[in-house]
Design a protein around this ligand. Structure first.
Ligand code: PLP
Ligand code: ZN
Length: 396
């Protein structure tokens, strides 16, 4: 059965090259930047599509017309999407803000990375790929391993050597091969691309493959659907590593706007750790792209991304929504993990806790104003982390 997907082509936002979406493609054949799916929505009636969604299952596949998979048989799902938005009310160190949290810690494999991998693995299967690999800080690798197992595909995951053991175990538990690499995800990516050359495998790295961002786009769709345009957050705070989440949400808002479903767009804020904040620095400097961060360090593995790929798109997502960026210390991240758990009953990974830690800072510097509705995106569960181990790993 057809999904009704309106996928039309792939397009590079850097040089406007269009590529055939029916063929296996990674990056732009002309300039090497990220490619994005474009949809033909000329015959899609926005408001009836949107109102008809309420009759569909709650997974992210409810948005199938704006996702790339063509045949329902290729949909590889573990029930991802439809995560709750929790009302946190007013939080003590950021008085006046109306805070809500979208909790992707409850998604299969424990992080929002499931969204991207569910869509990308489904599409990889549809295009006939058999072997996939990814450099990962842990969560993307776990998600790739799980969805590949479900699709009957082979997965290899390149992890920085210092990745927490529970992450390595999780990846292996789904039958994927783990390759450990010294350094950060940057070195893991470089090693992966050298080792995989000529093996007939496909690179599932963030933004080097066009469809993970389509899955992440559903974060934006869900926020709009769940809050309604009336209750839409004024700002969304997002823990930024590779930046695909921000790029995906900005794309979601753009598409909803084209369909006439959105007239106000939430401002997107990148939250990064003080020890690795290349995106925030580029924003402060007004730079067109990110320059690599020297000696990156943080307790949040997913935010240890010193040189994100196609960073122009991350900066574009933030600038076009009139958002911004802010840094938080590892100590503040740890405190936010504790506060989220003990005040609100929510388990957050170090990455996921970073936006909560950023609330008082953005209020103090005037980026957020009292009375505004602010959504902190909880990207992953903290249940696989030990607070004591994280505390010990903090530099004195
Ligand atoms: C829990 C968590 N949050 C956030 C991120 C960063 O995501 P993005 O690549 O969308 O910036 C990661 C990446 O590994 C992660 O695992
Ligand atoms: Zn290009």
């Amino acid at each position: 059965m057809k999904t009704g997907s309106r996928l039309r082509a792939l397009e590079c936002r850097a040089c406007c090259t269009q590529a055939d979406s029916t063929r296996v493609t990674g990056t732009c054949p002309t300039c090497g930047h990220a490619l994005f799916a474009v949809y033909d929505t000329s015959r899609l009636d926005g408001s009836s599509w949107w109102s008809g969604l309420s009759d569909r299952p709650t997974t992210l596949w409810r948005y199938r017309e704006l996702l790339p998979v063509q045949e329902s048989a290729n949909i590889t799902t573990l029930g991802e999407g439809g995560t709750p938005i929790l009302d946190l009310g007013e939080v003590p160190n950021a008085p006046g803000l109306r805070v809500m949290a979208k909790d992707d810690g409850v998604i299969p494999t424990g992080s929002f990375k499931a969204r991207g991998m569910a869509v990308a693995v489904s599409r990889a299967r549809e295009l006939g790929l058999r072997e996939l690999f990814v450099p990962s800080a842990g969560n993307a690798g776990t998600a790739l391993a799980a969805y590949s197992a479900r699709a009957g595909l082979t997965a290899r995951v390149y992890l920085p050597e210092r990745t927490p053991e529970p992450m390595k175990r999780a990846v292996r538990s789904y039958g994927a091969e783990v390759v450990e690499v010294p350094g950060t995800i940057r070195e893991a990516g470089e090693t992966a691309r050298i080792r995989e050359k000529g093996r007939g495998s496909f690179d599932m790295s963030t933004l080097r493959e066009p469809y993970r961002v389509e899955g992440k786009k559903t974060m934006g769709f869900e926020i709009v659907e769940q809050t309604g345009t009336e209750g839409l957050p004024d700002a969304i705070l997002y823990p930024t590593g590779g930046g695909t989440g921000l790029v995906g949400m900005a794309k979601a808002f753009r598409e909803l706007r084209t369909l006439g479903l959105l007239d106000r767009i939430p401002r997107l804020y990148a939250v990064q750790p003080e020890g690795c904040a290349p995106v925030v620095r580029a924003l402060v400097d007004g730079a067109p792209k990110v320059t690599p961060w020297p000696n990156p360090r943080t307790i949040a593995p997913g935010l240890l991304v010193p040189a994100p790929f196609s960073s122009e798109r991350i900066l574009e997502a933030i600038r076009e929504t009139r958002g911004g960026g802010v840094t938080v210390s590892d100590r503040e991240i740890l405190q936010a993990m504790r506060d989220l758990a003990t005040r609100h009953g929510v388990s957050a990974s170090p990455e996921a806790a970073a936006p909560y830690a950023a609330l008082p800072k953005l209020l103090q510097n005037g980026a957020l104003r009292p009375g505004e509705r602010v959504l902190v995106y909880l990207t992953g569960t903290g249940l696989t982390f030990s607070l004591e181990d994280l505390e010990r790993s903090l530099s004195p």
